[in-house]
Design a protein. Structure first.
Length: 566
């Protein structure tokens, strides 16, 4: 293969002398421009710990690319902190940012005619956004996750940002002092790296190792571990090998590979956001995947990882236990994944998993003979409140049934005020609507509310449902992604205070005690709220975005276009 299969059109021949002159203006020489040009898509930003260290990591990646025979060219894109914007207007930007990240990486790769690309990611939406871009441009490439933050220490225990969110609820309920809340806040996040449980970032990092877009074992090395620099350098060798062998993202992103990723999510007790992101990535890759496929894979996959938010351990413990290769080895040995799927190293999942080095005595990953649960953590419900489906995560021994009166709120802020104002009682079903992809817009995460419910001691006696979504740190009987959303006149728009709602995870049912005629009568009277935004990126997103059951995507890809890019 011509390694400069694309960049030769921007650096080669007489007619490109002006382009070469401009490259030379910023330090590139003739030797640099004769090599393949490798894009380094960096999601560094100075607003959060998750991506704060990626400048340093990108420098190591570029060293590796040069050593392997390529010329790296770094560029940046945006990122939004989910943890910092949680519970605010700013959270509306989070899911929207996934599309902007994908668009911007795609645009630079297409515009600059890179021969291959490495995307360096951190906070939640940068991971699927980068993967979506790789599927679109379909040039040899990989995704490197910057790694997890170290846990904080509070009163002799490891803590994460989840503990701070739950402490807010405990403080509001008078169960924690202001001084203790401040002390926890000061130590919970000790440095760079993404949030430290099996929340959305670490969930999607795990998924990308098992889907094959990230080198096995690279992502789970923590952000501040000295080994991360060497991992970053090795990515240069991996991407140049991909280029020489002409292995492209769409060669990797097969239907079995997506099922492998789902199995990794469910086996690790991962975030429900993975449903949105893997569906979106499947749309970009032209793979037929739907929300019920997550249920199918979850039912046949055991829960093996004892990780926060429901478990005992944090993401750094995963690395100390031997990393994601240990989980992969379990899944291969149990025939829960297709080990023949190829990865960006050129090796198969089975070949990579066989090299796992499990730490003797580790307790993070259970043996196949003693799973935490015999089925995975992702459960999809249907019923007269969610005809297109909705998602709940059951990662341990949570309740699977709740029936009670609806307490309906038209926004997250209204629900949060009720929770912290002690207006929610045991037995209630908190309903938060107008927070879907279109109605939000942006499908905000409800971690502030769900954590406050848990912090106030109501986690075992209250259920919550929303057309919005949850953080990976959410725990309890919390039902998200209810579809169709209220803005699409979904049945959730028909709910009123006092309606009896039943959540039955065991039977996979979410329903209200109303007849179809009653629901339709109410929906006929329902009037959509005035849009919060009539111009700008939020208005554009609301006009384009699809249902959560379809991944909340803003583009459509048909099979013919998918075939043309392979």
């Amino acid at each position: 293969m011509d390694l400069k299969h694309r960049s030769k059109f921007i650096t080669g021949g007489r007619d490109q002398a002006p382009a070469r002159a401009m490259f030379k203006a910023i330090g590139f020489n003739d030797n640099d421009l004769e090599r393949p040009l490798i894009g380094v898509a960096n999601t560094w930003i100075e607003t959060m710990p998750c991506n704060f260290h990626l400048r340093t990591l990108a420098a190591r990646v570029k060293e590796g690319i040069r050593a392997a025979g390529g010329t790296p060219m770094e560029f940046n894109t945006i990122a939004i902190s989910d943890g910092e914007t949680m519970g605010t207007e700013g959270m509306r930007a989070s899911l929207v940012s996934r599309e902007v990240i994908a668009d911007s990486i795609e645009l630079v790769c297409r515009g600059q005619l890179f021969d291959a690309v490495i995307a360096i990611v951190g906070c939640d939406k940068t991971i699927p956004g980068a993967a979506m871009a790789l599927a679109r441009v379909n040039i040899p490439g990989l995704v490197l996750y910057g790694g997890s933050i170290a846990p904080g220490r509070f009163r002799g225990k490891d803590v994460t940002i989840q503990d701070v969110f739950e402490a807010v609820g405990a403080n509001a309920a008078g169960l924690m002092s202001d001084a203790d809340l401040k002390s926890l806040e000061d130590v919970a996040c000790p440095g760079a790296g993404a949030c430290g449980g099996q929340y959305t970032a670490n969930t999607m990092s795990t998924a990308l190792e098992l889907i094959g877009l990230s080198p096995m074992g690279f992502n789970s090395v923590p952000a501040t571990d000295p080994a991360k620099d060497n991992i970053a350098r090795r990515c240069g060798e991996v991407v140049m090998n991909l280029l020489r062998k002409n292995i492209r993202p769409l060669d990797i992103l097969t239907r079995p590979a997506f099922e492998n990723a789902i199995a990794a999510v469910t086996a690790s007790g991962g975030s429900t956001n993975s449903v949105l992101h893997l569906l979106a990535l499947a749309r970009e890759a032209g793979i037929d995947l739907n929300i019920d496929d997550f249920e199918t894979v979850s039912l046949r996959t055991p829960l093996l990882a004892d990780l926060k938010p429901a478990g005992r351990f944090v993401a750094v413990d995963v690395h100390h236990a031997g990393g994601i290769p240990v989980l992969a080895k379990r899944l291969v040995e149990g025939n829960f994944v297709d080990g023949s799927c190829v990865t960006v190293t050129g090796k198969t999942i089975a070949e990579e998993a066989a090299q796992a080095k499990e730490t003797p005595g580790q307790e993070v990953f259970r043996p196949l003979s003693d799973p935490i649960k015999k089925t995975g953590g992702i459960v999809v419900l249907h019923g007269n409140l969610a005809p297109e489906g909705c998602v709940v995560k059951l990662s341990g021994h949570e309740r699977q049934f709740h029936e009670g009166p609806a307490r309906v709120f038209e926004s997250e802020e209204a629900a949060m005020a009720a929770v912290t104002g002690k207006q929610i009682k045991a037995g209630d079903v908190v309903v938060i609507r107008n927070e879907g992809p279109k109605g939000g817009p942006g499908m905000r995460e409800m971690l502030a509310v769900t954590a406050a419910i848990v912090g106030e001691g109501l986690g075992e006696s209250v259920a919550l449902l929303t057309d919005g979504r949850f953080s990976g740190a959410t725990r309890g009987l919390m039902v998200g992604h209810v579809a169709p959303e209220a803005a699409h006149r979904g049945p959730i728009a028909a709910l009123r205070d006092g309606d009896i709602v039943r959540v039955d995870a065991e039977k996979r049912v979410l329903e209200v005690q109303l007849t179809p005629a009653q629901i339709q009568e109410r929906l006929a009277q329902w009037k959509a709220p005035a849009p919060l935004y009539t111009s700008g990126v939020f208005a554009k997103y609301a006009a384009l975005v699809s249902s959560a059951a379809d991944g909340a995507v803003t583009t459509r890809r048909n099979q013919s276009s998918q075939s043309a890019t392979r």
